[in-house]
Write a protein that binds this ligand. Structure first.
Ligand code: 5GP
Length: 201
């Protein structure tokens, strides 16, 4: 952990790079908002997480996630390889320290798309990291979106909805919130926050 922080501060002192952490409840469309942002700002690096979840149709190992077995994931925990990790809806997700160190050393602005537990762990270690929460316009809208994806079974949907309330509480400790009602408005909201933070460097 100390090593990540050291590299991060080195970059910060050179007045250039920031770490942005984006979280949001399942089905809130944070992936779509981020995709829209990254298409306009290809210079940002999106961190690729590790997970024990099985790939969904169309997901590719090393592109969407590094898909690990539970044993491989546990081995990374035991060897202190994660900057943060969390259990979410029965699966484990984590960000490798090495990946973040490399990106920051290369002078890249980096975005982590992780859950709220992980985001708060990052903030503890890197207080300068900027936490942004993407909110649904309402819980009902969120539930409809989640069901509309047809990617999870009912039990998984229920598990994820139970997480929503807790995530909204954790979001109170975030630096910014962006409501994803209209996609373009959400993307420009994100752009404003990020460019405002970069100007502070
Ligand atoms: P999904 O299974 O839908 O891809 O992701 C489920 C949740 O895990 C999302 O909230 C996503 O942001 C979060 N997640 C993805 N990668 C990471 C990670 O590296 N760390 C943590 N803490 N959460 C992650």
């Amino acid at each position: 952990m100390a090593c990540s922080l050291y590299n991060y501060n080195m970059n910060k002192n050179s007045g250039t790079k920031k770490l942005f952490v984006i979280s949001g409840s399942s089905g809130v469309g944070k992936g779509t908002v981020l995709k829209g942002f990254l298409e306009k700002h290809p210079d940002f690096m999106l961190s690729i997480s590790c997970t024990t979840r099985k790939p969904r149709s169309g997901e590719v190992d090393g592109v969407n996630y590094f898909f690990l077995t539970p044993e491989e994931f546990q081995d990374c925990i035991d060897n202190n390889k994660f900057l943060e990790w969390a259990e979410f809806a029965g699966n484990r997700y984590g960000t490798k320290k090495k990946y973040i160190q490399q990106c920051l050393a290369e002078g890249k602005d980096i975005i982590l798309e992780i859950d709220t537990q992980g985001a708060l762990q990052v903030k503890k270690q890197m207080p300068e990291a900027v936490l942004i929460f993407i909110c649904p316009p309402s819980i009902e809208t969120l539930e409809n979106r989640l069901r509309g994806r047809h990617t999870e079974d009912e039990a998984t949907i229920q598990k994820r909805l139970n997480e929503v309330k807790i995530e909204l509480e954790r979001a109170e400790n975030f630096d910014y919130k962006v409501v994803n009602d209209d996609l373009q408005t959400a993307i420009s909201g994100l752009e404003k926050i990020i460019s405002g933070e970069q100007e502070k460097c």
